[in-house]
Structures are given as structure tokens and as C-alpha cells.
Ligand binder design. Sequence first.
Ligand code: SF4
Ligand code: SF4
Length: 332
Amino acid sequence: MKTVSSLLDDHWYERYKRISKLNIRSSIYDVTNRCNLRCKGCFFFSSGEHEAATEENDISRWNAFVDKEMARGVNLAILIGGEPTLCMDRIEAFYRRIPTFCATNGLIRVPRDRFPDLMVGISLWGDEEDEKLLRGKDVFSISSKNYEGDPHAYYLYTITPKQIGRTERIVGKIQDVGLKVHLQLLSNDEGVNGFSWQPRQLEEIRLEMDAMLDRYPDTVISSKYYHEIITTGKMLGRRFGWTECPSVTAPMDSRNPQPKRLTNFIRWASDLSTMHRCCTSETRDCSTCKDGAAHMSWVMVNKRAHMRSSRDLRNWIEVYEMFAKLYQFIPW
Ligand code: SF4
Ligand code: SF4
């Protein structure tokens, strides 16, 4: 039988040991149903998830809820929405207790005296033209001022088909403001004309993502294997989709057979009792899903399958390291 140590040299085995201790157990929380933007293609609003529950306004209930989540074994809280920064006291309920990540559009700065090392992922949907079309304004021009040089913030750059050939300028702009960037792909949930991926475009953007990683290794937090998985939707000959997805809310997961999945993962709505189907849109057709975190997790929960060769196991380690950096479990 192949063992981890037999597949890796000393360097890679050290890297493996560093991440194998982490045992990350994440869940996702809708902090609010409100947002100060309304982006075309936002999975939250387009799937009606903002109407699935009434927000809990009593902060003592949020505090008690986070305690219960920790007792359930959660050791990473991923805050989304809506826009979490509209409710700083709810962010604080998590941040004071548990490693916390906050997704934001960056229009409101998280105060660093209150949240000194809260990891912030700032959404970015392309260049000025794309952001104006899809989000109503050039969001980067504001978010980059709010977070310039912040060591606990990075851009989550959602690449659209219109961005092919134009990503380098964006990566350069991010580098210029002293931030890192992670790349992901748009799932065109609202069918905006020209923003759905065609197979050739996916091949082109994979090459471009690889080139960005080669040229900007200190700015781009990514891995070529992740690029392969997200653009092809395939891993070790298996196809991503409902039967394989690791990020389905555990109590709602009646799949049979059960695939490898995130342990005890739940995506909670903002009433703290309603659950959503998965980490992203309730209504998305899984065969079109490009969710970056779900694809990353898909790799991560399938370690054993990657133990067929040294190359496969090193790919697995790189994806795990990428995830651990993005959620601040290991340094950049
Ligand atoms: S900023 Fe985020 S939550 Fe708000 S509308 Fe845009 S994608 Fe949706
Ligand atoms: S939409 Fe994506 S993340 Fe949600 S269940 Fe389907 S494949 Fe998984």
C-alpha cells in the first residue's frame, strides 16, 4: 500500500505535516439579508436566499449561537451575506470566539482597532467596465483605498468570460495596492448576456490563470491544479456536480451513496435556524457550478484518491495549502 511518506521527499513531507495537523471544520453564516450593492449574478439575491429567513436582531442570540457552533466542532466561521460589514456587532460575536473569515465588497472598512487580524476577502468582479455593468459602480476604486497594504485582506477576483486577456492589468492593480489575490470563476446565475462560460473560453482562462501565478507568485494565491479542476470541472477523471459536491449542508444531505464531504458543514441563514442547501445558491444547477471553495474542498476531502502517485499527492498538498493561507491557518 502506498503511504504518504513513501510518495514524498523530505521537503514535501514537511509541507504535508504542516497542513495535516490543521483539521479545519468550517461552516458558513449569512450575517444579514441586506447589501449595499445589488450585483447582477449575485447568487444570494438571485436564488431568493435573502427572503428565506428573517434576520435575528438580538445580539445575545448571536453570541449564544456561536458558542453552540463551537460545541458542534466548528473551528472556522466563514461570514457572508448580504454584506456582513453592515452588522459589525454580529461579526464581533464570531471574531471574539472563533477563527473568522469575512467576505465583503469592501465598501465599508472593517475597523482594525476592533478587528485587528480578521481575515477579509474583498470581492472584485473584473475591471472598471465589468464592475460598472455587473455591480453598478467601480467598487475596486473604493475597496482598494479602504484596504491598501492590509496584511489581513485579499481580493477574491471573480473572473468572467469578458476578462480573458485582461486579468494581468487587474492583478497588477492589486499588487500595486499591496494586497494578494485569489482567482475564481463566475457562475452566471442570472444569465447575463455574454457572461456564461464556453468550453474554449475555459481552456483559455486556465492558461491565463497559470501565467498569472507564474508571473506574480507573491501576489496570486493559487495553484495550477486548482486552475485545472475549476476550469475542467474534473478531478482524477471524476466530474464535479451534485453527486460529488462536498459542501452540502449536512442535515439536508440525503445523497446515497454519500460522497466524501465536509464534516458537519452547515450553511446557516441569518435567523440562526434556517439552513441553506449548500455553500452557494439554493437554485443553481450543480452542473454549471463554478464555486471556487466547493471545488477546493472537493480536492481536500479526497486525499486518499490523490495517493495514487507523488504528483497527485503534491497537487493535493498545494490546494490544501492554498485554502489554509486564504483562511489564515498558515502564513502567506
Ligand atoms: S456585494 Fe456580494 S452580497 Fe452584495 S449583491 Fe454583490 S455579490 Fe451579492
Ligand atoms: S450549487 Fe455548487 S456548491 Fe451547491 S450543491 Fe451544487 S455543486 Fe455543490
